[in-house]
Design a protein around this ligand. Structure first.
Ligand code: ZN
Length: 686
């Protein structure tokens, strides 16, 4: 977890989530929504704000709703922590801007200089989105498009006081330019604006401290997960055995004012726990927040990963380590969710039939598993997003992060269906499919079946694809070396694609009609050959394993389509994918699956290398340029985030919660102003 290679890997995992969100594709009406549900909320800079629905909320029992409510409150109380972790001036900047924005002089400010005011409003929206003053994804500081003079004068006019130290931090491009730097040859700690280390702490000092405190036991403590390292000489905190001291995130410690509230609501949540396993995990989380004790954190992770039966689940605490330049300290995040029963049933059906899929795949019998076990992927519905999951959010979670716990106790891996659904719905009518799909008929097919195919392909990939097939005696998992992950992803994808077109899926009730799969096939080919290139900069090769695998499949099939099963045609100077024979396309997927399985089972490195180099890496520069130009014209915001629904507890005279109501009407600005008013316990300087 803590070396550079793993950090690069983790960063990629995160990118996947973000980019999956960025590359929106129009999809079908999988779940009926009331006509009035508004997915699109706001758009500014390169950001779009969406709203997500919480289907099946009404199917929760009262106890489960009470639990969701308490855990949601525990989630929202952590918001300030993330702002401060992202930079020590962030809370001061946010508060000064909010005070100005909410001042009674607002109308005067607006009318006296509308352009400066509009720029100021956009800046504040951006600060909320990024939980600070650096872009949430590129991590570069964004500069105000209003002048410092205007800001200073406006604050004076409105009677807003602020720490003048924020001015250079906001306006001077040279001050704190990068939130987390990964640049070679510079001091990563000194050159990162993030607040994981106190002022003046160097990378060498921090690394020496971690090295001296590292726990090498078989069940190691994650030293540094929940603390800030600061210089001992300018701090009143207890001195450890080096010149740095640790300020621990806990009640009574750093961020204690926020964690007190988190603990209060976790205690309330305990009252409504669904079972003893869940209760134990929440108790451990409370104890960890109160003591900061890392052994308790390990116990919490184990209790949490063992809690599989509860419908309601949550993440709450210092979790991912991407933002610490040394990859050790956790960033605060929270997400409350519950099991999506309909979707979970779908993955159970697939997994129950795992042996049938294995027996009927196109692979050579000697590479098949005699006994194959499907994995039942859990699909969840997000109920609230907070901290580092808000407003930008992952669409999948795989925790805990400690490798030894994953090995010994397993992990929970989930996809968040209602967020994916919101991306799809919000993208309807954004012009993407109109630009890139060949004709109305294909678009109509895709709008009808695209989403169901997407879900099902992911399910097949995860539940049976990766688990299928076997290695020949003596072949090890790492035989394909640097091409292993591309080949493995291609294998799982092809397994999914091949069976997506199998009548068995209609028979199992997973696909609504015999030609629904065509939507998934068209999308795979179009994406792999053309549209996924929008994520690649001109002149660059494809590097990411999933993108390589998609191009590998699409390209191989294209080159082997000797009967013109698929082709690329040109119309008015634009290129389009045309599928002439979907059954033929399925046969080609089957052929490639057999070959990729052979390469895997035999550990045939030379063949893997040739396959990847020939089909997966290089990009046709003219086509690439054309795709980029067409995409740019659509003017789509590459990054998306959400507003949360509002939960209201209905209470009786004794204060007991008798019902929980959900409301979706709150807008982006109102939500953030409310959060800053109701959930902002931290002082300006922590
Ligand atoms: Zn995979």
């Amino acid at each position: 977890m803590k070396n550079e290679v793993n950090r690069a890997f983790m960063a990629k995992k995160k990118i996947l989530f973000v980019l999956a969100a960025a590359l929106t594709l129009v999809a079908c009406q999988k779940k009926e929504q009331p006509q009035s549900f508004q997915y699109n909320v706001d758009k500014f800079y390169d950001l779009e704000i969406l709203r997500y629905d919480v289907p099946e909320f009404d199917s929760l029992s009262l106890q489960q709703k009470q639990l969701v409510y308490c855990l949601s409150e525990a989630a929202l109380w952590g918001r300030d922590i993330l702002f401060d972790q992202n930079g020590r001036y962030n809370l001061r900047i946010r508060r000064a801007c909010e005070a100005l924005y909410e001042s009674s002089n607002l109308q005067i400010l607006k009318s006296s200089n509308p352009e400066e005011f509009a720029a100021f409003e956009r800046y504040l929206k951006r600060v909320w989105f990024s939980n600070g003053i650096h872009h949430h994804y590129s991590e570069d500081k964004f500069l105000p498009e209003f002048s410092q003079e205007w800001f200073v004068a406006a604050c004076e006019q409105a009677g807003v006081t602020y720490d003048p130290a924020i001015l250079p931090v906001m306006f001077d491009p040279a001050v704190m330019p990068k939130r987390t730097t990964a640049q070679d040859g510079v001091d990563l700690v000194l050159n990162s604006a993030g607040n994981y280390y106190g002022e003046g702490v160097t990378q060498a000092e921090a690394e020496a401290w971690y090295a001296a405190h590292k726990d090498n036991s078989p069940e190691p403590l994650w030293i540094g997960l929940n603390s800030q390292l600061v210089k001992a000489d300018n701090s009143q905190f207890s001195i450890l055995n080096s010149q740095l001291v640790e300020r621990v995130y806990k009640v009574g410690g750093l961020y204690g004012e926020a964690l007190e509230h988190v603990v209060y609501w976790l205690r309330e949540a305990l009252k409504y726990a669904e079972n003893d396993a869940q209760k134990l995990a929440i108790e451990k989380m409370i104890a960890f927040n109160e003591t900061g004790d890392l052994k308790t954190f390990n116990e919490y992770c184990i209790a949490w990963v063992k809690d599989l039966d509860s419908r309601v689940d949550y993440v709450n605490g210092f979790t991912e380590t991407y933002s610490d330049p040394l990859g050790i300290t956790g960033t605060w995040e929270s997400m409350v969710n519950f099991k999506d029963l309909a979707a979970t049933k779908r993955t159970e059906t697939i997994s129950k039939n795992a042996q049938w899929f294995e027996d009927h795949s196109t692979t050579d019998p000697k590479y098949k598993k005699e006994e194959v076990k499907g994995v039942s992927a859990k699909v969840i519905t997000a109920a609230i997003l907070a901290g580092d999951c808000y407003p930008a959010t992952p669409i999948g979670i795989n925790l805990p992060n400690a490798n030894w716990i994953r090995k010994e106790y397993g992990s929970k891996s989930v996809t968040i269906d209602n967020l994916v659904h919101a991306y799809n719905e919000a993208a309807k009518g954004n012009g993407f499919n109109e630009e890139f799909m060949i004709d109305d008929e294909t678009r109509a097919l895709y709008e009808k079946y695209g989403a169901v195919c997407g879900d099902l392909h992911t399910d097949l990939h995860e539940c049976v694809g990766h688990g299928s097939g076997k290695l020949m005696p003596g072949v090890t998992k790492d035989a394909l070396k640097e091409h292993a992950s591309t080949i493995e992803e291609a294998r799982a994808d092809l397994f999914g694609l091949y069976f997506l077109g199998d009548p068995k899926l209609v028979e199992l009730g997973l696909l609504p009609s015999a030609d629904a799969y065509k939507a998934g096939y068209y999308q795979q080919q179009m994406n792999g050959l053309m549209t996924q290139l929008v994520r690649i900069e001109p002149g660059k090769d494809i590097e990411e394993a999933h993108m390589r695998n998609r191009q590998l499949i699409a390209n191989w099939v294209y080159e082997h389509a000797t009967n013109k099963e698929v082709e690329i045609i040109e119309r008015d100077g634009k290129h389009y994918l045309k599928v002439n024979d979907y059954e033929g396309l399925r046969r080609l997927y089957g052929e490639l699956l057999a070959e990729i399985q052979r390469i895997t089972s035999e550990g045939d490195y030379a063949a893997a290398k040739e396959m990847v180099e020939k089909y997966a890496v290089k990009v046709n520069p003219e086509l690439h340029q054309e795709i980029l130009a067409r995409y740019k014209k659509l003017n789509l915001a590459p990054y998306k985030g959400f507003v949360n629904p509002v939960y209201t507890a209905v209470r009786d005279a004794e204060g007991n919660i008798t019902d929980v109501q959900i409301d979706f009407s709150e807008g982006y600005v109102d939500q953030h102003l409310r959060y800053s008013k109701d959930y902002s316990p931290l002082p300006d300087v922590n």
